[in-house]
Ligand binder design. Structure first.
Ligand SMILES: [Zn+2]
Length: 137
């Protein structure tokens, strides 16, 4: 008595392997793409009155002067950004010093100016938070 073997009909065909390979490739691309984009997209945003004036790469040294009620000179240098000169009363924005990690910002309230870094890896933010929040023993 001849009996058909059920596993013959379920043998994978070449088309199945291609489909499986495509799924793996897409999954890998989705995993890797954000890492690549994140590592290259660290930018400095300069906002006044909540409106974006400039968006500049953090790794390119440059100087920007923003007007308004007062004047702020903002420098990007060596992977950090800081206000090098300001005509605002108090000068808190100058005294804030340099920032270099995503999530950090410098604010000049008199000139309604905000300078912030966006797009760095999450690891930098975690390290920063641990340093600040470490309990005293
Ligand atoms: Zn200021």
């Amino acid at each position: 008595m001849e009996q058909s073997k059920p596993q013959l009909s379920r043998k994978p065909r070449p088309a199945d392997w291609i489909a499986a390979g495509a799924v793996v490739l897409v999954a890998l691309a989705l995993l890797l793409l954000p890492l690549l984009v994140r590592s290259e997209a660290v930018t400095v945003q300069i906002l006044q009155d909540g409106a974006l004036l400039y968006e500049l790469p953090l790794d390119r040294d440059t100087t920007v002067t923003v007007g308004g009620d007062y004047e702020n000179t903002i420098e990007i240098h060596g992977g950090a950004v800081f206000v090098s000169h300001a005509t605002c009363p108090g000068g808190d924005c100058v005294r804030s010093g340099a920032i270099r990690n995503a999530g950090r910002s410098i604010v000049c309230l008199p000139n309604r100016l905000e300078i912030r870094i966006v797009g760095a890896s999450a690891a930098d933010v975690v390290i920063e938070t641990e340093g600040v929040c470490r309990p005293q023993s």
